[in-house]
Design a protein around this ligand. Structure first.
Ligand code: GDP
Length: 445
C-alpha cells in the first residue's frame, strides 16, 4: 500500500504552519506530493500533468478557511477536483429510445465484460423493472457463450443462443430481431475479448456497433490495470463512440487511478463500479468516494453514511428536544448514547473505513479494550435502579458498592462512569439551543 497523501501533506503543513494562504512557494512542495500520490495510484502521466495544472490554478491565492491549514485545504481542493474530473453526480443507463434499448459491451479480455453484462441485466431487472435479453457475439471462445448463459440465468435474464460458427454481425441481427418480436426492453450484447488491441477485432466491434445502433456503448475496464488502462481506453475511444465506462474489480487493492485516466482520455462518464465477483456486485459509481480512495484518504464518505444510518434519528430528536427544554440529561440518556455507538456496527467496523494512517494508531488490542469498556459501562448502568438513573446525585458510597457488586466491577469503575457522565451532562447543557440537532442534521444529510 502506498503511503497516504494526507500523511505526507500534514508533514509539509508542519513546516509551513502559521501561513494563512496557499502561496506559490508552499504550493510547489505540496503539489509534488500530490503528483507522486497520483502516480502511485497509477494515473497516466499526461493525465497527472493536466490535473496538477488545474489544481494549481485553483489553489493559488486561496484564503485558507477557518482553522484549516494550507495542507488540509489543498487536500480538499485536490479531492474536489478529482471528483469533478471523474464526473459529478451519478449517470445511470440511458434507455431513452424505441425499445429494445441496445447496450453494447466493449473491452479487453478478462476485464469482466461477461460478468458485468449479467450484473447489468440484474440491475435493469430488479431496479428498473425491465425485460432483458442477453446475447454473446464472442465466437472465438465457445466457453464465453456458455459462461454468459450461466450468468444470465443467475441474473434472471433471458439468454439468446449463439454458436461459434456464426458471424458476430449475424448473431447481433438475429438477437435484435428476436428482442423486437418478443417486446424486450433491453438487449445486452457481450462481445469477443481481446488480449490486447487488435485491428481485426476492433473492426469487428465497429461493425457490430453499426448493425446494432446501441443507445449505450460501454467500455468495461479493470481498475487493477493501472497505466495500461489509459492506452486501452484511447484505442477503444478511437474505434467506438463510447457513452459510458464501467470500472470493474474496485474491490481489489489498487488505488483506482485507472478511473481518472480512463475518464480523462475518453471523456465518457463512469457509470458503474464492479465491487465483487457476485451477480449483485455492481454499484452506481460514486466519484467523490473514489477520489478519496485515490488520495488514500480512506472511505470517509462511507464512514459518515454509516454513522448517519446508525444514529437513531427518533432517539436523537427526543434527546435534543429534552436538552432544549432544559430538562436534565440523565443516565438513561447516557445509556442510550452508548447503545447507539454499538448499533453503528461496533468500533472495529468504523475503524475499517478510516484512513490507514489514522487506523494504524489504534491497534486491535486497543479496540477490543474499547469495546469491553462499552460493555462494562452498560453493565454498570443496568445495575442501577430506575430512580438512580434519573437522579444520579443519589448515588453515594453504599449505592456505589451495591452497583459495583451487581455489575462485577470495582467501585472506582462506577466513579469513572459517573465522572464521564457529568462531563457529558455539562456538554449537553452547553448545547442547549439546538446545537445538537444541528449536529445530527449534518450527520443525517
Ligand atoms: P471478460 O473476459 O471481459 O468477459 O471477463 P469475465 O467476465 O470473464 O471476468 C474475468 C474475471 O474477473 C472473472 O473471474 C470474474 O469473476 C472477475 N470479475 C469481474 N468483475 C469483477 C469485480 O468487480 N470484482 C471481482 N473481484 N472480480 C470480478
Amino acid at each position: 500500500m502506498a503511503s497516504a497523501l494526507t500523511e505526507k501533506l500534514s508533514r509539509l503543513v508542519k513546516q509551513i504552519s502559521g501561513q494563512a494562504r496557499i502561496t506559490e512557494s508552499n504550493v510547489a512542495d505540496m503539489l509534488r506530493e500530490v503528483r507522486m500520490a497520483l502516480l502511485e495510484a497509477d494515473v497516466a502521466l499526461p493525465v497527472v500533468r493536466d490535473f496538477i495544472a488545474r489544481v494549481k490554478d485553483k489553489a493559488l491565492g486561496q484564503e485558507v478557511m477557518g482553522s484549516l491549514k494550507p495542507g488540509q485545504a489543498l487536500v480538499g481542493i485536490v479531492n474536489r477536483e478529482l471528483a469533478a474530473t471523474m464526473g459529478e453526480g451519478v449517470a445511470d443507463l440511458n434507455l431513452a429510445t424505441q425499445p429494445p434499448a441496445v447496450i453494447l459491451m466493449a473491452g479487453l479480455q478478462g476485464a469482466g465484460k461477461t460478468t458485468t453484462t449479467a450484473k447489468l441485466a440484474r440491475h435493469l431487472i430488479t431496479k428498473r423493472k425491465k425485460k432483458v435479453l442477453t446475447v454473446s457475439a464472442d465466437v472465438y471462445r465457445p466457453a464465453a457463450i456458455e459462461q454468459l448463459k450461466t450468468v444470465s440465468a443467475q441474473a434472471g435474464a433471458e439468454w439468446f443462443p449463439s454458436t461459434p460458427d456464426q458471424k458476430p454481425v449475424d448473431i447481433a441481427r438475429a438477437a435484435l430481431d428476436y428482442a423486437k418480436k418478443h417486446y424486450f426492453d433491453v438487449l445486452l450484447v457481450d462481445t469477443a475479448g481481446r488480449l490486447a488491441i487488435d485491428e481485426a477485432l476492433m473492426r469487428e466491434i465497429t461493425e457490430l456497433h453499426a448493425v446494432l445502433n446501441p443507445v449505450e456503448t460501454l467500455f468495461v475496464v479493470d481498475a487493477m490495470q493501472g497505466q495500461d488502462a489509459a492506452n486501452t481506453a484511447k484505442a477503444f475511444k478511437e474505434a467506438l463512440p463510447l457513452t459510458g465506462i464501467i470500472l470493474t474489480k474496485t474491490d481489489g487493492d489498487s488505488r483506482g487511478g485507472a478511473a481518472l485516466s480512463v475518464r480523462a482520455i475518453t471523456g465518457a462518464p463512469i457509470k458503474f463500479a464492479g465491487t465483487s465477483e457476485k451477480i449483485d456486485g455492481l454499484e452506481v459509481f460514486d466519484a467523490e468516494r473514489h477520489a478519496g480512495r485515490i488520495l488514500g484518504m480512506g472511505d470517509i464518505v462511507a464512514l459518515v453514511e454509516q454513522v448517519a444510518a446508525g444514529v437513531d434519528m427518533a432517539q436523537a430528536q427526543k434527546l435534543a428536544a429534552k436538552v432544549k427544554s432544559g430538562a436534565s440529561f440523565d443516565l438513561e440518556d447516557f445509556l442510550s448514547q452508548i447503545q447507539q455507538v454499538k448499533q453503528m456496527g461496533g468500533l472495529s467496523s468504523l475503524l475499517d473505513k478510516l484512513p490507514t494512517q489514522m487506523a494504524a494508531k489504534a491497534s486491535e488490542a486497543d479496540l477490543s479494550r474499547a469495546e469491553r469498556e462499552i460493555a462494562r459501562k452498560q453493565g454498570i448502568i443496568h445495575s442501577m435502579t430506575p430512580l438512580e438513573r434519573k437522579k444520579p446525585e443519589l448515588i453515594k458510597a453504599s449505592r456505589k458498592r451495591r452497583i459495583a457488586a451487581g455489575a462485577g466491577v470495582q467501585v472506582q469503575d462506577v466513579n469513572r462512569l459517573l465522572k464521564e457522565f457529568e462531563q457529558m451532562q455539562d456538554m449537553m447543557k452547553k448545547m442547549q439551543g439546538g446545537g445538537l440537532m444541528k449536529l445530527m442534521k449534518r450527520m443525517g444529510g
